[in-house]
Design a protein around this ligand. Structure first.
Ligand code: DUC
Ligand code: ZN
Ligand code: ZN
Length: 481
């Protein structure tokens, strides 16, 4: 099975050059001009277009059982939406119920993901603690290709990890050479503010951001970073949404800590006015955590990406339809938290980042693909265009445009948070595992074409003296120039 992508400009995180790309059996076999390829090779014409590494979304929740319901996009529809938007790989989350075996939950998610049309891997959440969790973390790292563990500092009485758990788990991550990640919101404060707002009779979606103000995120970001610093662990903060968290990460990095930050396409372009929409359903459709922030925070996130304080972009794709959101009609704290975005992420970032002059095309590749691959130890298998790398590519038409809409999206839900946004810069063809997976609106990949990929651990962060060994931290990610 061979494929030639012909006539395009290759754009990686650090170079742009004219070349054709020849793919054989799922891998990049040659890069260059006038390549000699067999006559039966399928050809994709990339004339006038860019060829970039396929997007990697490091933060999705397909089919997640959450807040009394299950996310509508499963691994098939969710990864298909990803391919339509140029994203060829996801890192989803296994979230064991408290007291559930990590391995049992991991196998449950692996089963659900078998119908994926694009490649997938898993972070595993630590939602409780005892010796068996400690043991199973080791098993997941050694035998199942997991190199990152997630800690929800919010969702009290459900999946929240308290400080004692953070300390135990971060320490264990260091022994294993895994990277701890956090959803940074102070769950005690969220719970307290939710009860206070409800007691005051404020029950609508407008209360959602009031119960989770930026300071609640800032406190948790600073706490997680301080715990990691004390232990000498690296740390990755998911969905950074508040200026104060960007400042905390910048400060820690300036002081030599290995701290990494992710932000979401939605947080970069939407603000909290969406929760004051007089239409309850429209406001509820935007309920996700952390919430969209007051104007001003978006600029801080863009600057974070531009300056290298934040390295990755994701979606937190967790799709609920209106019927599911209605569970919180009388109580905003019961509205299932989640929004979609995997199909739109790359075009939104191109439109608002590259077209506006904030990011170069190379930086776009870094923040949509390469940096994630580096931080989670996938590079150069993914996130790279080089011989031997997985042939996961997007042919990007910088002149093509479309208007994002629920009417044309692949996600199964009935809402699009980017509704009406016209983007110039869209994929014309997505190649996954060396095959045309999506082209001009037609999905060619099928359920089951996606493969699970291992993410090997880093060497233990402890050196012989029991001190942190910086050489073993995730690949240093610097701003691509
Ligand atoms: N936030 C969401 O909005 N949904 C899923 C989990 C999360 O942390
Ligand atoms: Zn989260
Ligand atoms: Zn999430």
């Amino acid at each position: 099975m061979s494929l030639l992508i012909k006539g395009g400009t290759v754009v990686t995180h650090d170079q742009s050059y004219r070349a054709d790309i020849y793919c054989v059996d799922g891998r990049i076999a040659a890069i260059g001009e006038n390549l000699d390829v067999p006559a039966n090779t399928e050809v994709v014409d990339a004339g006038g277009q860019l060829v970039m590494p396929g997007g990697i979304d490091p933060h999705t929740h397909m089919q997640l059982p959450f807040m009394g319901t299950v996310a509508k996009d499963d691994f098939e529809s969710g990864t298909a939406a990803g391919l339509a938007g140029g994203t060829t790989s996801i890192i989803d989350f296994v979230i064991p119920a408290p007291q559930q075996s990590l391995l049992e939950a991991y196998h449950q998610w692996r089963g659900w993901a078998e119908k994926s049309v694009a490649d997938y891997s898993f972070h595993v959440a630590i939602t409780w603690w005892d010796d068996s969790v400690r043991e199973e973390m080791g098993e997941l790292v050694r035998s199942h290709g997991v190199n990152s563990f997630k800690h929800f500092m919010a969702y009290k009485n459900a999946i929240m990890a308290t400080d004692d758990i953070l300390v135990e788990s971060f320490s264990r991550c260091m022994e294993l050479g895994a990277i701890p990640t956090v959803h940074a919101e102070n769950g005690e404060l969220v719970f307290h503010l939710q009860q206070q707002l409800l007691a005051q009779g404020i029950t609508g979606p407008e209360a959602h951001p009031m119960s989770r103000p930026p300071v609640v995120e800032a406190e948790a970001s600073n706490r997680a970073i301080s715990i990691a610093n004390t232990l000498g662990a690296p740390i990755y903060l998911v969905h950074v949404s508040a200026k104060e968290s960007v400042d905390a990460i910048r400060y820690a990095r300036d002081n030599g800590q290995h701290v990494y930050g992710e932000c979401l396409a939605g947080h970069l372009v939407l603000d909290d006015s969406v929760y004051r929409d007089p239409d309850w359903g429209r406001a509820a459709a935007h309920v996700m955590s952390p919430p969209f922030r007051p104007k001003g925070h978006q600029e801080a996130l863009w600057k974070g990406l531009q300056g290298g304080t934040l390295q990755t972009t994701a979606t937190d794709h967790c799709a609920f339809c209106a019927e599911q959101k209605a569970a919180g009609r009388d109580d905003f704290s019961k509205i299932p938290n989640g929004t979609a975005g995997i199909e739109e992420r790359m075009s939104v970032l191109w439109e608002k980042g590259v077209n506006s002059g904030k990011l170069t095309p190379n930086e776009f590749v870094a923040i949509t693909s390469t940096n994630t691959a580096k931080i989670f130890n996938l590079f150069p298998r993914k996130g790279a265009i080089q011989v031997g790398a997985d042939a996961d590519l997007v042919v990007w038409d910088p002149q093509g445009s479309k208007t994002l809409s629920v009417e044309t999206q692949r996600s199964r839900i009935d809402f699009n948070i980017f509704e009406g946004m016209t983007v110039k810069g869209i994929p014309s063809c997505t190649v996954a595992n060396g095959k045309v997976a999506w082209q001009q609106g037609e999905l060619r990949a099928q359920a089951g074409d996606g493969r699970y990929y291992d993410r090997p651990a880093y060497p233990s962060y402890y050196d012989a003296l029991g001190k942190r060994n910086a050489r073993n931290a995730p690949t240093a990610v610097v701003r691509a120039k």
